[in-house]
Design a protein around this ligand. Structure first.
Ligand code: HEM
Length: 515
């Protein structure tokens, strides 16, 4: 199929060339940037799946705060920690909007959830509800038994593969695990029993489709009057179909939870899960949500939690394993640390890792180094200015798109020695953390829009990686040595494109270790 960009370029070329030569001088008060064509701006120079890398290259020419034009939309690109601090902290209030994009609008039920909502009272209230009820650190501890159980299930499966010397596809194993964990947190069920397995597969299929569409390029977002190109490419019907299927799925689950005669299934927990908590709040007239909490709000929040909870943690865990496979010394060191610490206990105890900052410092450094080198959202989530503002001598208009290039910031040679190296030791004697206060390391963003799932995400990655390292030694199967680092799957979260195929060798046998 013809690329949408080529199509726009072809259709607007004569007009663009005419105006290119006769255009007025660019507004000098706006940050510098490459010359843009009328209508398409700089779109013809960019390839969206690797946008962070191209913007990083442009920042070397135009500086840490530069501008580009994406179609008709002005866009600001932030590429060092000093500018990131200005945008995410000093001017957070002006920069904490999100743009209204076609796929995001549709999939988020018209932006009534957290991630794609404009900055408004409803966003504040929903984010607060989610943090208070299921994303704060005590809720993260409450769900630790779920993570522990499900990780054990994965370890048992890999152990069987190890015994039969077969190869493990770590991408699939980890993605299915994070999806099971978040399903149990969201719905109170893993859907992994015989009756539920079809539901589990259906859910993951729907999520894969949505997360790919959220990262897809839509002409309408940048050149609205040429949005018909998206229709021609079948993108509208794809989006509509995908939304309808997902809505139907979520509505079925809401209906099940509303049914007073519902028989709880064997794999259902008693504790409050996201859906039951939200349904209770819906009926609570005292709650302080600015308007009525509707079923659409509930489904939209579930969508955020399911996507947020499935992909970023899975991508980070897989990238961590890929990085360790390429760095055998780091692999040996981290395995030794985890096995020395938990060997006598016979299992990896999540509570010990989470409750004590000094426990497993090298494992924690490996995870930080992974999030530094391969942040799963390299440009965070796109922001938009809420109002006009000034940064130094530059004037930024309201409704300017903003990319904070975390990927570039986290490889800035002025901050990081040998930035391309995977070198976890750099964090052992450094106080730099990813909690949004140190602008050199912002894989979770910062400010009002910081990721509310930070604690849950880190706890999930830690327990997955620690268990994989504790129970197995790992080998790269012959012919599968390609551990490419920069190749990513299309989608809003950057996951490893080619599956990470590894051969596990049982180091301990489950059950044997305690004897
Ligand atoms: C390693 C794991 C994770 C990483 C690296 C990550 C990263 C991010 C980033 C970069 C943002 C955008 C921040 C910004 O614009 O400044 C974000 C937002 C968000 N994340 Fe995460 N995330 C992770 C896990 C999770 C989990 C487990 C959940 C929920 C269960 C979650 C839910 C969200 C939501 C709802 C937002 C939108 C926040 C807002 O717009 O106010 N994330 N995340």
């Amino acid at each position: 199929m013809v690329s949408p960009l080529l199509l726009i370029l072809f259709l607007t070329l004569p007009f663009s060339l005419f105006f290119f030569f006769f255009q007025k001088q660019k507004n000098k008060a706006f940050p510098p940037g490459p010359k843009a064509l009328p209508i398409i701006g700089n779109l013809h120079q960019l390839h969206f799946p690797t946008l962070h890398i191209q913007l990083w290259k442009l920042s070397k020419l135009y500086g840490p705060l530069f501008s580009i034009k994406l179609g008709l939309r002005p866009c600001l690109v932030v590429s060092n920690s000093k500018m990131a601090q200005k945008v995410l902290k000093t001017h957070d209030i002006e920069f904490c909007g999100r743009p209204s994009f076609l796929a995001q609008n549709k999939i988020s039920y018209n932006r009534i959830e957290i991630a794609f909502s404009a900055y408004n009272d409803s966003w504040k209230a929903i984010k607060k509800i989610c943090i208070t009820h299921f994303l704060n650190s005590s809720s993260v501890s409450k769900f630790s038994s779920i993570r522990q159980f499900e990780v054990n299930q994965m370890i048992k499966e890999i152990s069987i593969q190890a015994s039969s010397k077969s190869v493990t596809n770590l991408n699939d194993a980890i993605l299915s695990l994070t999806n099971t964990i978040i399903s149990r947190i969201a719905f109170g069920r893993s859907y992994k029993d015989d009756k539920g397995i079809i539901v589990a597969k259906r859910l993951l299929g729907l999520l894969n489709e949505s997360q790919a569409l959220l990262g897809a390029f839509f002409v309408s977002d940048y050149v609205p009057f040429m949005g018909w190109i998206d229709k021609l490419r079948g993108m509208h019907s794809l989006l509509e179909r995908s939304y309808q299927k997902f809505d139907e799925f979520l509505q079925e689950i809401v209906n099940q939870h509303l049914d007073p005669k519902r028989q709880k299934s064997d794999d259902e927990e008693e504790e409050d899960n996201v859906i039951d908590v939200l349904l209770k709040l819906k009926n609570d007239k005292e709650q302080s949500f600015p308007s009525d909490l509707t079923y659409d709000h509930i489904k939209a929040v579930l969508m955020d939690i399911l996507i947020g909870g499935t992909y970023s943690s899975a991508a980070t865990s897989t990238w961590a394993m890929a990085n360790l496979m390429k760095n055998p010394k780091a692999m040996m060191k981290v395995q030794e640390e985890v096995r020395n610490f938990f060997g006598s206990k016979g299992f990896v105890d999540e509570d010990e890792i989470r409750n004590n900052n000094n426990v497993l410092p090298y494992l924690k450094a490996v995870i930080k180094e992974t999030l530094r080198l391969v942040p799963p959202l390299p440009l965070l989530l796109t922001r938009e200015t809420n109002e006009a503002c000034k940064i130094g001598e530059y004037e930024i208009e309201a409704k300017t798109l903003v990319y904070v290039n975390a990927w570039a910031i986290q490889r800035d040679p002025e901050i990081w020695k040998d930035p391309e190296e995977f070198y976890p030791e750099r964090f052992l004697k450094s106080s730099i953390d990813f909690k949004g206060q140190d602008f050199e390391l912002i894989p979770f963003g910062s400010g009002r829009r910081i990721c509310p799932g930070l604690n849950m995400g880190v706890a999930t990655v830690e327990i997955i990686v620690a268990n994989l390292l504790f129970w197995f030694d790992w080998e790269i199967p012959i012919g599968m040595e390609d551990l490419d680092n920069n190749e990513v799957k299309p989608g809003i979260v950057h996951s490893k494109k080619n599956p990470l195929y590894l051969r596990a060798k049982n180091y301990y046998h489950m059950g044997v270790i305690n004897e």
